[in-house]
Structures are given as C-alpha cells and as structure tokens.
Write a protein that binds this ligand. Structure first.
Ligand code: PEP
Length: 252
C-alpha cells in the first residue's frame, strides 16, 4: 500500500538563533508545493523563533525530546505543555543519543510515548542496534525488544500518531550508511513486529523511517525500498539544499 513519505530533520545541538531562523526560512521556500510530510526539530531554545517561520507552511515543528513529568520542580526539564505552547506537534523520543548520553531506558521512553500521545503530540520513536549487536547477529532481536517496550500499552487507534525511525547506531553521524538492502531487511522485520502486536492494517499503515547518515547522495535509493517510508536526517538536515533534495526524492 502507498504510504505518504515522511522526512524529518533532527538539528540536534547545532547553530545559533539567526542560523536556525535562516535555515527554517530557506526550507519554507524550497519545500513549497512538495507533497510528502516534512518535519524539523530545532534545539528547544530556538523553537519559538522557528515556530513563527514555519507557521502556515507545509513543515511540521518537532522537538528533539520531552520530559515525562507534567510540571513542577524538575530543573532544566521541558514538558509537553511547554512544547505545545510553542506550536510543536511532534516529538522525537528514544534517540540513541538520549539512550546513550542520558541513560534513557525503554521503560522511560515508553512513559514519554504515552505522555506525548495522551496530550496530543505525535511521536517519532527511534530504535536501532549498536555495531557490536549487528556483528553479534542480534539486530532483529534488539529492534523487536525496543519496539515491544516502546509501544507497550499503546492502543491501535493511537498508531496514526506514532512513526518509527530505524537508526542503526553505528550509522548515525558516522558517514556509514546501512545499504538499502540492509535497511530494507530490518524495516520489513519491524513492520512484521507491528503486525504481530496489532494487525496487518496497522503494519501496512505505520511509517518506518530510516536514519543514519542519509544524505542527498544516498536518499533516492534508500527511499525506493518498499518498507522505507522516509528519513530521520541529522547532518544533512542542516543545509537547505541537501535537505531539500532528500525531500524532493520523498515527494516523487
Ligand atoms: C540522527 O541524528 O537521527 C541521524 C540520523 O543523524 P545523521 O543523519 O547525522 O547520521
């Protein structure tokens, strides 16, 4: 079945405010008229400024993370309500950098998934294996566990609000991309996990994005795979021309 492709830019901890605004302005212009789904996730502190720029465009405003609590004495934390207040519609959860640098567990990520969905935010849930796990032949097992734990308690009627990003950790920011065939194999496996947890319809409809050094040079082939429904892009999302090229491949 035809799923609309979804290209999301994870800007991570990059740029200053002027650079963030300029990048967003450039993308609003260059993505005009393209017909896939597009999201950008600037650093928290630039969300407000970027929100003003993307308002009324075909670009969804995303956040790179969200805390699990509603409010109160949680120094440095950012809640779902604060994000929504700035026009954020989607939150990236479970990114490998959050799992690794901030010790986020599958349990915490699942709690955040529920907090986001229950409060009207869409989710891009990241999963993916370490290089040592790929070499040990346990890629599918790792991805299955992360999907099962991340989706625990999520109801089938909430699935239209959640996408999966398969991001092999060894491919993130390294310039090493999974080959289209390697990525397709895991995507098909993950789709089958969703079928087992929910239904064939759920598996057919969920979007599974690839992330890990996707760029303007390799995106066309990756996006041509039957189970790759888009990309979560880090480095290549920081340049208008590179990100636009990827978005155009998705828009075909
Ligand atoms: C990411 O951060 O999700 C990512 C895929 O980064 P990069 O494209 O730089 O590998």
């Amino acid at each position: 079945m035809a799923r609309t492709k979804y290209v999301a830019g994870n800007w991570k901890m990059n740029m200053d405010k002027a650079g963030a605004v300029a990048l967003a302005q450039g993308l609003v212009e260059s993505l005009k008229g393209l017909n896939a789904k597009y999201m950008i996730a600037p650093p928290f502190v630039y969300l407000d400024a970027v929100s003003q720029v993307v308002k009324g465009s075909n670009i969804i405003l995303g956040a790179q993370n969200m805390t699990v609590t509603d409010n109160g004495a949680h120094t440095g934390a950012i809640s779902w309500a604060m994000l929504k207040d700035l026009g954020v519609e989607t939150v990236i959860l479970g990114h490998s950098e959050r799992r690794d640098e901030f010790n986020e567990s599958d349990k915490l990520i699942n709690e955040k998934v529920h907090k986001a969905l229950d409060n009207g935010l869409d989710v891009v849930l990241c999963i993916g294996e370490l290089y040592s796990q790929r070499v040990a032949g346990v890629t599918n097992q790792i991805c299955e566990n992360q999907v099962k734990e991340g989706f625990a308690g999520v109801k089938e009627d909430q699935l239209s609000h959640i996408s999966i990003a398969y991001e092999p950790v060894w491919a993130i920011g390294t310039g090493k991309t999974a080959t289209p065939a390697e990525a397709q194999e895991v995507h098909a496996f993950v789709r089958n996990v969703i079928k087992g947890l929910y239904s064939q319809k759920a598996a057919d409809e969920i979007k599974i994005l690839y992330g890990g050094s996707m760029n303007d040079g390799n995106a066309e082939e990756l996006l041509a795979q039957p189970d790759i429904d888009g990309g979560l892009i880090g480095g290549a999302s920081l340049k208008v021309d590179k990100f636009t090229t990827i978005c155009k491949f998705a828009s075909k």
